[in-house]
Design a protein around this ligand. Sequence first.
Ligand code: NAP
Length: 138
Amino acid sequence: MNIGILGTGTVGQTIGSKLIQLGHEVRMGSRTAENEKAAQWVAANGPRASHGTFADAAAFGEILFNCTAGVASLRALRMAGEANLRGKILIDVANPLDFSHGMPPSLAVCNTDSLGEQIQRAFPETRGPACRRWSADR
Ligand SMILES: NC(=O)c1ccc[n+]([C@@H]2O[C@H](COP(=O)([O-])OP(=O)(O)OC[C@H]3O[C@@H](n4cnc5c(N)ncnc54)[C@H](OP(=O)(O)O)[C@@H]3O)[C@@H](O)[C@H]2O)c1
């Protein structure tokens, strides 16, 4: 299966490498097509790995993973493009952690709303599961 990973950090790299190990084709997306971490990840993961922009990865994937920094996820998903997300399952593992006031980080959104719900509202034609919804419902 073709899978799009949005995010070049440890989480995107770890999920992407495991999916390749399992036999999938994985494209990693970033703000820029020449992202160095993504290029290194491709070099380490062989011919089933590729990289490009968020839009490239979203267009490529039949299933998508949101592995971007939570406070930037909506921006990253807009860069991925609504048309590239439409009708696809988006597995959202992002946490909306706000590091702007130092450690420990606070949650940029919580209690009455969640990043998962914000994503669902912004991209209503994208399909779940959205992990954060689970915690919002408890
Ligand atoms: N659910 C869990 O158990 C779990 C565990 C650990 C972490 N997480 C979450 O997983 C996510 C990824 O974590 P990580 O440490 O691997 O990576 P990260 O450093 O939190 O995020 C890296 C990604 O965010 C993108 N990004 C950063 N600022 C941006 C902006 N202003 N606009 C658009 N995109 C932006 C980066 O784009 P570029 O590629 O262009 O640099 C990069 O692809 C985070 O939300 C983290 O909280 C979840």
